[in-house]
Design a protein around this ligand. Structure first.
Ligand code: C2E
Ligand code: CA
Ligand code: CA
Length: 514
């Protein structure tokens, strides 16, 4: 019907200049009227070509599904409908086949194409008839009843082995996740192709309007981000999570400002003392502080995670090392021989040439390696990498001391712990802060102390805030504590004043345990 009206419209519009002439001819020379058939036929043909071309531009030639452009238009339309007639939101699921490329290479591209056509059909069927294999008592369809007019799902091929399902009227993320799971299960049903039985695995990213995205373009992009996370974590389905999206305007701005702040030396180091129970200072931990221009202080956990996931971390660590080693040199000139610990991220240790760069900072400032300690998190051990082990061994050979941070959170095995060149173990704040109130946490602390001592390591407890915790740690034989009870992290000048007061308590670096 709509097509006929359109045809009539085009004909009338295209034929408009001919109408007065046709009327005259009809009145005075009606036998000449057939002459108009030719221009009219030309007009109809032109209209047909234009229509087909428009359809081709929006259709994937292999599967006949709407393509990315068509999906974007359909999404915009669904969002516009939601605007005029607010409903239950709009959901988008992006699906990507795991290891399709190797399948394609192994089977040949023709077979790969047939597989894609088959998948397109499966998705279509699943959404029309309900996806998933219902168990007893379960509803056969995972799709909620259509909400309102024109709310049918749209299956599209985004290119390669990537498909999308647009679900107008389904903005509930839990429902969307269930549908995504069911679609993945549907795709995982064995497929017979050229005598082979194939089982496909897929990853899905879920994004919902208006919960996760304000417009069609962001809905598509964010579903893609979620799918990337699903592939990376091999979790099957992931919902969009802004905190893990590097490309939100906030995070892009934060990253740009951080990069600039590092370049302009606006990032600062504060120093928090580690003290033994006799009050002597065994060292200081350097902790980064960043006051973002006009926006106040940003929590280190926040911008460090951002630096880690964006590739800025080596730059930041280099900056921190340079400042900390420079500060060690200045303190040594004042006769303050305290070692300083710098936190390094697992990424740093995996970075080629890291050990040499550390040595470079020490040489430049003429600081002995033993005056620097590196705190590596226990998370590093989860990744049992040869390169990390080599870097740590190289640093140890230089004489840099190493400390295992956040102990208790990473489940290191005894074997790994034994083979690491660390001299100190830091019990994570989460156990220390709860040990007075919770027997389990106290037990973790006690066991950690015994374990560390049996391996010849010294033990530092972090996050000590009150006297009772201090006493309990003392009784357990902990070697040193760090926490607000002693001092918060201080800017360099205040740390200097703090150290000068205790000048004579600080043991010389060279006499410290390894
Ligand atoms: P962390 O290495 O475990 O550092 C100890 C954190 O506990 C610091 O938080 C410190 O300010 C805080 N803290 C110290 N004493 C107490 C206490 O008594 N009570 C409580 N509740 N907290 C205490 P901060 O400075 O926010 O740093 C957080 C994390 O950021 C650090 O945890 C470390 O993993 C990371 N970080 C900080 N500076 C650097 C750096 O220069 N490089 C790298 N790679 N990571 C850093
Ligand atoms: Ca630390
Ligand atoms: Ca820690």
């Amino acid at each position: 019907m709509a097509g006929a009206v359109l045809l009539l419209g085009v004909l009338l519009a295209g034929a408009a200049p001919l109408i007065p002439l046709a009327v005259l001819v009809y009145r005075y020379e009606p036998e000449l009227l057939p002459l108009f058939a030719v221009p009219l036929a030309v007009l109809v043909a032109a209209w047909r070509i234009a229509r087909d071309r428009a359809r081709d531009q929006l259709t994937d030639p292999l599967t006949d599904l709407p393509n990315r452009q068509a999906l974007l238009i359909a999404t915009q339309e669904a969002l516009a409908r939601h605007e005029t007639e607010p409903g239950h939101g709009v959901g988008l699921i992006l699906l990507d086949l795991d290891r399709f490329r190797s399948l394609n290479d192994a089977l040949g591209h023709t077979a790969g194409d047939r597989l894609l056509v088959h998948i397109a059909r499966r998705l279509h069927r699943a959404l029309r008839t309900g996806a998933g294999h219902p168990r007893d008592g379960e509803d056969a369809t995972v799709l909620p009843p259509p909400v309102g007019r024109g709310e049918r799902p749209v299956v599209a091929r985004m290119g390669g082995d990537e498909f999308a399902v647009l679900l107008p009227g389904v903005g509930d993320t839990e429902v969307l996740e269930r549908i995504a799971q069911a679609l993945i299960a549907e795709l995982a049903a064995p497929i017979r192709l050229d005598g082979l039985l194939l089982v496909l695995e897929a990853s899905a990213g879920v994004c919902a309007y208006p919960t996760h995205a304000p417009d069609a373009e962001s809905l598509l992009r964010r579903a893609d981000v979620a799918m990337g996370h699903a592939q990376h974590s091999r979790s099957g389905v992931e919902c969009y999570d802004e905190a893990r999206d590097l490309d939100t305007p906030y995070r892009i701005g934060l990253l740009g400002d951080l990069r600039r702040a590092i370049e302009m030396s606006e990032v600062q180091l504060h120093y928090q003392p580690k003290v033994a129970f006799d009050g002597s200072v065994v060292g200081l931990e350097a902790l980064v502080r960043w006051d973002r221009a006009g926006q106040g202080r940003v929590a280190p956990d926040e911008f460090i995670a951002l630096a880690e996931s964006s590739g800025l971390m080596p730059r930041l660590t280099d900056y921190v090392l340079e400042s900390a080693v420079g500060q060690i040199a200045r303190w040594r000139h004042q006769g303050l021989m305290v070692p300083v610990a710098v936190n390094v991220s697992p990424r740093d240790v995996l970075n080629p040439g890291f050990a040499a760069r550390v040595a470079g900072h020490l040489t430049r400032h003429q600081v002995p390696a033993a005056a620097l300690q590196l705190e590596i998190t226990e998370r590093l051990l989860l990744d049992d990498s040869r390169r990390a082990a080599d870097t740590l061994a190289e640093l140890r050979r230089y004489g840099v001391r190493m400390s295992l941070d956040d102990f208790g959170t990473g489940h290191s095995s005894l074997v790994r712990l034994r083979s690491l060149p660390v001299g100190e173990l830091k019990i994570d704040r989460s156990f220390v802060s709860r040990m007075v109130a919770d027997d389990h946490d106290a037990a973790v602390v006690r066991c950690s102390v015994e374990l560390a001592h049996s391996l010849g390591l010294t033990v530092v407890a972090e996050g000590v805030e009150d006297d009772e915790t201090w006493e309990r740690l003392h009784d357990m034989g902990v070697d040193a504590v760090q926490g607000w009870l002693v001092s918060a992290a201080l800017p360099a000048d205040q740390a200097t004043a703090w150290l000068l007061v205790r000048r004579n308590d600080a043991p010389p670096v060279e006499s410290l345990p390894r």
